[in-house]
Write a protein that binds this ligand. Sequence first.
Ligand code: AMP
Ligand code: GLY
Length: 427
Amino acid sequence: MKVLVIGSGGREHAIVWKLAQSPSVRKIYAAPGNPGIWDLAAPVTVDHNNIAALADFAAAEGIDLTVVGPEIYLALGLVDEFARRGLLVFGPTKAAAVIEAEKAFAKDFMARHHIPTADYAVFSDYERARDHLRAHGAPVVVKASGLAGGKGAFVCQSLDQAEEALADLMVRRVFGEAGEKVVIEEYLTGEEASLLVLTDGERAWPFPLAQDHKRAYDGDEGPNTGGMGAYAPAGVLPPVEIDRVMETIVYPTLKGLAAEGRPYRGVLYVGLMIAPSGPKVVEYNCRFGDPEAQAVLPLLVTDFASLCLAAAAGRRPADPPVFSGQSAVCVVLAAGGYPGDYRKGDVIHGLDVATHLSEVLVFHAGTALRGGEVVTAGGRVLNVVGLGPEFTVARERAYAAVSRIEFAGMHYRRDIAWREMRRRMLS
Ligand code: AMP
Ligand code: GLY
């Protein structure tokens, strides 16, 4: 079959790399892709921001399956537009993607379906929201209801901070329309984990539990980022607890969405807080996590393209997903300055050597080609994944590969998977 993958980051490189292993995949196209992806997929020249143009391309080229990376395409209704033309897409419709695109919807939905999550209130009026904050006090979490590129949630330890965040969203409108409605939430304590499940709308299969590292610096210090690394499987929930999350969170979510006329297909990402009282949903995403995908996809043994095709068509897959039992540790190499204004155009050295190390994968996230050289072009530049039968081995392989790569301004966390290391030391 012919497959089209939409997006241009490390997540999409991991998706393309995995699809390329499927015997049934004859050709992969990327819209727009990146230099790492183009080693495996043909770049599509149509404007990747134009959904109708993408659908025209898919129809003309006879694309059998489209896989979407970023949420924005799903929130804008790419799946609906493709479906109108009889084209299969692995991903949810616009109606189902609201689970990520509108946090106020997600919270009310969880309340309706008794899905455990932080207590909350929703406001469209600034004064009312401010009065609520003052009555509630800190710590508290203030969130833009709409899509804000992962930057719309403010965890506030003081009332001043919370009022500032609220004014940013509702008065200064730093995220425009996305902040017209806000969700004010109870602050939860605990360890976070990302449960990604593959679903045809009725049945769901979990990927190994992953853990992201959102802060820029070691020890979870510094500003929030898109994610500085991930690993899987994360031992914060034992398998029996994951089964419970499937029963108390994942299936009620899928059933609730279907019952409300929003059947969900694709990957559902459930961001969990493992609170003292049990797992609670922090957020839903309507797509693979980045960088979680880079950690979990290498662990998949089953033919990925067949799984995506079956889920997209709402069919039970011939073979349910099976995982290797290995561990994966993904380290993000970031550009100087990231997550603030960052450097661009620095030549990346050592890519060839690192890419050829055994049990190591190097996914491109923010790179570009300049006169035959690979240069930095995004905040998160490369994702280096180490694999191994044991965590410690996977981690050593990842960092050994990282040590071969160099570009001006490069920075990365040296403590990816530290919670897992500590857990293992204590157990
Ligand atoms: P979100 O955009 O909803 O995923 O939130 C981004 C990050 O903010 C999460 O990954 C958590 O680290 C943190 N966060 C969100 N909601 C809460 C909450 N209710 N309590 C504590 N931390 C939270
Ligand atoms: N890693 C967090 C996300 O993809 O939203």
